[in-house]
Design a protein around this ligand. Sequence first.
Ligand code: FAD
Ligand code: SF4
Ligand code: SF4
Length: 494
Amino acid sequence: MDLDYAQISADAKTALDAILNRTDPLKPKDRMAIPAQPMPAQPASERVKNMEEVALGYTPEQAQVEAERCLQCKNAPCIKGCPVAIDIPGFVKAIAETEFGKAVDTIKQSSLLPAICGRVCPQEVQCQVECTVGKVLKDVEASVSIGRLERFVADYEREHGAIETPAVKPETGKKVAVIGSGPASITVAADVRREGHAVTMFEAFHKPGGVMMYGIPEFRLPKAIVQQEISTLRDMGIDIRTNFVVGRTRRLTDLLEEDGFDAAFVGTGAGLPKFMNIPGENLVGVYSANEYLTRVNLMRAFDSENADTPVLPSKCTVVLGGGNVAMDAARCAVRMGAEEVHLVYRRTEKEMPARNEEIEHAKEEGVQFHLLENAIAATGDEYGRVDTLTCLRYELGEPDASGRRRPVPIEGSEFNMAVDCVIVAIGNDSNPLIKQTTPEIETNRWGNIVVDDNGKTTLDCVYAGGDIVLGAATVILAMGEGRRAAASINAQLA
Ligand code: FAD
Ligand code: SF4
Ligand code: SF4
């Protein structure tokens, strides 16, 4: 639903005045009666025509009102829901007292990337699901909007030019190689550099940032925010080498045995797309979601005048899958000008792994959902371009190992869809190159690197974390893994 920005701001001012004009202190029941502040957003009819951020962020009055909803629970269950244990009541209280700088400092004691996590963390299954307000009101959406508040103070700090480069201790003469430049690697690089060790970050792509640059679209996470974090790393003296594929340009063991690195961290992520393994998947116009999103986001295909790697113009795009990556791909396809965008998913909306907010945004932007359907073949024209997708209808059977009801194909239910673009968004596996070129490192049957409780691999002086260890996970979990590995590296080098 589109909300009027002026109305939202005016309502927040009135609510704040009412709170500030009270003579008696707010009781818990008063706090729970304050309505949750809605997130101002670009109207759907406008945002489908641009790549700019959908959510516009809280006004200072909204942030204060939202912060007043917090009960300052003594046991703070919300902290248990945050993978990096941010002092949530502490930073929320600082916002209520308009101490925005103090709020962001509190968050930064536990998280390096609040502007990013405030935007992309799945809060409804992490910190906010544990919030007492949501529990008492029996609605997770009524929880204190911790993520939006986190985003607000991080943006406030950036927009008021107050970001400080973290202090670095005197040089120790030790060298650490960080492979990959996603959230796990960024955290390791910063934490290790702070102790005075020289850090070199090796990134295969031409721009650092990992999935935050190439996967998550601009309209959910502006790339300028990611690059700001990267420039902080540079300001700390971290050497970032792009277009450097460890395992091809140099092997991991070369870095340790020949190039003088004392320790290495592997944060190469889960960038290997899964495919459907159906006939016609190699036709022109069939993309993996990774390729499509990389072209649009990292290579800026939406800037069609200047892009070196465009995507083919499409009249009818079909996205296969029901997760967040599928929603991102479908919403990008809308913005790339496809006349129709269809999302084909073999279960029902209830089983979709995507966040509710992403599903709602996709629907508002005109993505058409085809539930209990799945593709079984693609066929093409005489030039090898995809023109038809054959699908099958399904019904739900008994629950499978994941606890979700299994989709069962309905015999004889095949039908064809006329398409000119298909995006396969059914998940990613770990990047296999390090495993292939460093057999000494143990991996599990999914190709994920095996680490001990300190984030150490089976190879001496080599640590790993993030999606390469967890499988496709989240930004904040990758950061948490990075923090653990950095502590172990710092202990090893101390
Ligand atoms: P990555 O971010 O994957 O970074 C790994 C980096 O290593 C890449 O830049 C890669 O190029 C580089 N690399 C790989 N191999 C080599 C090599 N051999 N040599 C040098 N460099 C190498 N999570 C959320 O929390 N919220 C979201 O909203 C969200 N949305 C997502 C949307 C999409 C489309 C995708 C794909 C993922 C999303 N995620 C989201 C998941 C999240 O982005 C990842 O869990 C997180 O980025 C993992 O961080 P990482 O540091 O392990 O690796
Ligand atoms: Fe919640 Fe994520 Fe912030 Fe932790 S980092 S408090 S989980 S939004
Ligand atoms: Fe505030 Fe909710 Fe945390 Fe309680 S659980 S301290 S109300 S954010």
